[in-house]
Each structure stands twice: as structure tokens, then as C-alpha cells.
Design a binder for this molecule. Structure first.
Ligand code: BGC
Length: 327
């Protein structure tokens, strides 16, 4: 089933929509503002449906939001050092929005109104980013498809094409809490990541790809998240198997993540300052976990990292799947 409703208007008068699709126990609500997941419900161990992502009640909350709540971030997820990068012998200067660096694309895709089309069990959102937007080269046609076609799974398919060589890294910035609320310290995490990319005081990668052995970054065995304030990119093992398993013993919900992207930001929301969320819930640090599949941060300035360059005229396609069950 699907349901499309008007959600309100932007200050410039354009109408924003909310779209709900449901299938086989999963219910997903997205908005065309920010290509955002505003709600995702899955059954718990007893079969009772409940929310697994943080969100707000109103469009005004999303308009004001400063933490990329549920949004698709782009053109470049995470940070680009010095808000600049070289490509084809030219230097591109980007919008600075975190000190002297660029975070999540600058003014970003999360504040754009996308075009939405929905069907029985899916929604496709498209956005045309003009050449030079936030400083990035190329007219970029981007689409994000949220699909519940596979029972129990949310599949996020990214596609894009540019008319000039450019760089691209799209990510979904959902804040997961598999108990629906409360701290996530007891969530258990497994990450197929033998290494991570250490950062400096501005959260810019130093360039090193450091093995996780013997550090708090080693999640190759299953263990509790704990209270360490994670905000780090992991180098995922190659191959098609599951890259992340997140499990909440309380609710019994388990989420298994598959992706073809090389990196994943593990972020436990240290920057999520206390605020009111959906249905009066209070949110703060340590109450959710973001698992942002991505190219490594600052790759446009790091020839040693997997390349995020999208050549002109070539179609970019990538998929991240969030599969839910209970144990
Ligand atoms: C980044 C954090 C940042 C947050 C913004 C995350 O993807 O890794 O450093 O504070 O986004 O909400």
C-alpha cells in the first residue's frame, strides 16, 4: 500500500509531501524535503510494530534541523578538508559549513526539495543539482529509490549521472534505535571492518588506514556499543556478505546491513544536542546510532582512498540494504 499526503509548505511556497509505503511488517515514511526517512517501523520479538529511527513531528522541525535527521546527505557525505579538492588539474572551492571544511555537501541535498513518485512498495526521489551547486562541478541528476520489495528489508538504491567529471558520495543519515528509544549502549554491533581512518582535531582523516586490532574500533566479534563516542569511518571488508549486524537484546530486533560502498561512518550522536523528537520523546547523545555507508571522508583529496570520482556520462549505481528480523 502507499499513501501520499501534503505535509506543509516551504517558506518559498512549494508543497512538501510525506509518503508512506508498507509491506510485510515494515512501514516506511519518507519526505521529499531532504529525501528524508521520517519514520521506519518494524516488529519487535513479540510481533509488535515500533519505530527504529529517530525523527521529528513537523516539517518545521526538519526545516530547522541541524543534524541531518534521516536525510540523504550529498553531494559529498562527510568531510572535505579545506572545502576544496583538485580534479583534472583544477581546484574546486566548496561551501564551508564546518569551520574551514565542508560537511555533508555544504548547504546540501538534505535541505532540497526532491521530486517523488511512489508505487505499491517503493518510492523514488529525484533531484537535479545544477553545475556549481555548493561548488561541485557538473549538472548532476540523482535518484534515490527506497524499496520494501524484499520482505523484511529496506533497500536504498542510489543512481546518478553528471555531464562533467565530478565527485560523489551519497549516504543515508538515519539515527537508529532498535528499541525505539532510550540509550543504545546495550545494542550489540558486529562490523566487518579490519581498519578505520583516524582523524585529526577537525575530524579530517590523517590519511592512515589503521588496523582495528586491539582498539575500541574492533567490532569484528559481536560486542556491546558501550558509551565510547564513536564518530569514525571504517574501511569495510570487500565482498558481498553482511557488513554490519546491529542487535538490540531488549526488543529482539536485529538489523543486518549490506552495501557495495567501501566505507561506513559509525556515529553515536555526540553532536545530537538535547532536543524534542517525535511524540514528545527527548533525544540526546548516545540514544541512537548512525551507520552511514559512504566513500571515505575527504577522498577527493586522498588519492590513496577508494576513488569517489564519477566521470562525465557514466551512470553511478550503488545499493545499501537494511534487513530486519528478530531473535
Ligand atoms: C558526522 C558527525 C556530524 C554529524 C552531523 C555525522 O555523519 O560524522 O561528525 O556531527 O554527521 O549530524
Amino acid at each position: 500500500m502507499n499513501r501520499i499526503t501534503d505535509w506543509g509548505r516551504l517558506p518559498d511556497g512549494r508543497t512538501v509531501h510525506r509518503i508512506t509505503v508498507a509491506r510485510g511488517g515494515l512501514s516506511l515514511t519518507v519526505s521529499d524535503f531532504g529525501c528524508c526517512i521520517t519514520a521506519l517501523e518494524t516488529p519487535d520479538r513479540q510481533g509488535r510494530p515500533g519505530g527504529v529511527v529517530l525523527g521529528y513531528d513537523t516539517l518545521a522541525d526538519y526545516f530547522r534541523d541541524d543534524v541531518y535527521m534521516g536525510a540523504v546527505v550529498g553531494r559529498y557525505a562527510n568531510r572535505i578538508a579545506g572545502a576544496a579538492f583538485p580534479l583534472n588539474g583544477r581546484r574546486y572551492q566548496l561551501t564551508k559549513n564546518e569551520g574551514r571544511n565542508t560537511l555533508h555537501g555544504g548547504s546540501g541535498f538534505h535541505k532540497r526539495l526532491w521530486n517523488a513518485e511512489a508505487w505499491e512498495d517503493g518510492v523514488r526521489l529525484t533531484y537535479l543539482s545544477p553545475d556549481g551547486e555548493d561548488g561541485f562541478p557538473g549538472n548532476l541528476a540523482v535518484s534515490v529509490e527506497y524499496s520494501l520489495r524484499e520482505p523484511g528489508a529496506l533497500s536504498v538504491g542510489y543512481a546518478a549521472e553528471s555531464d562533467r567529471d565530478t565527485v560523489l558520495s551519497l549516504s543515508s543519515h538515519s539515527y537508529f534505535n532498535l528499541n525505539g528509544g532510550g540509550p543504545v549502549f546495550g545494542h550489540r554491533l558486529r562490523l566487518e571492518a579490519p581498519a578505520y581512518t583516524p582523524v585529526d582535531s577537525e575530524n579530517i582523516p590523517t590519511g592512515e588506514i589503521r588496523p582495528v586490532d586491539g582498539t575500541p574500533f574492533d567490532f569484528r566479534g559481536d560486542r556491546a556499543l558501550g558509551s565510547f563516542p564513536y564518530d569514525h569511518n571504517f574501511a569495510l571488508s570487500p565482498g558481498g556478505g553482511p557488513k554490519v549486524v546491529l542487535y538490540a537484546p531488549e526488543s529482539g530486533r536485529r538489523m543486518t546491513v549490506y552495501t557495495d560502498l567501501p566505507g561506513l561512518q559509525l556515529y553515536t550522536g555526540r553532536g545530537l544536542s538535547p532536543r524534542q523528537g517525535r511524540d514528545g520523546a527527548l533525544y540526546g547523545p548516545g540514544m541512537s546510532v548512525c551507520l552511514e555507508t559512504q566513500f571515505y571522508p575527504d577522498s577527493p583529496n586522498r588519492p590513496d582512498f577508494p576513488s569517489p570520482v564519477l566521470p562525465a556520462g557514466r551512470r553511478f549505481e550503488s545499493r545499501t540494504i537494511f534487513r530486519f528480523d528478530t531473535v
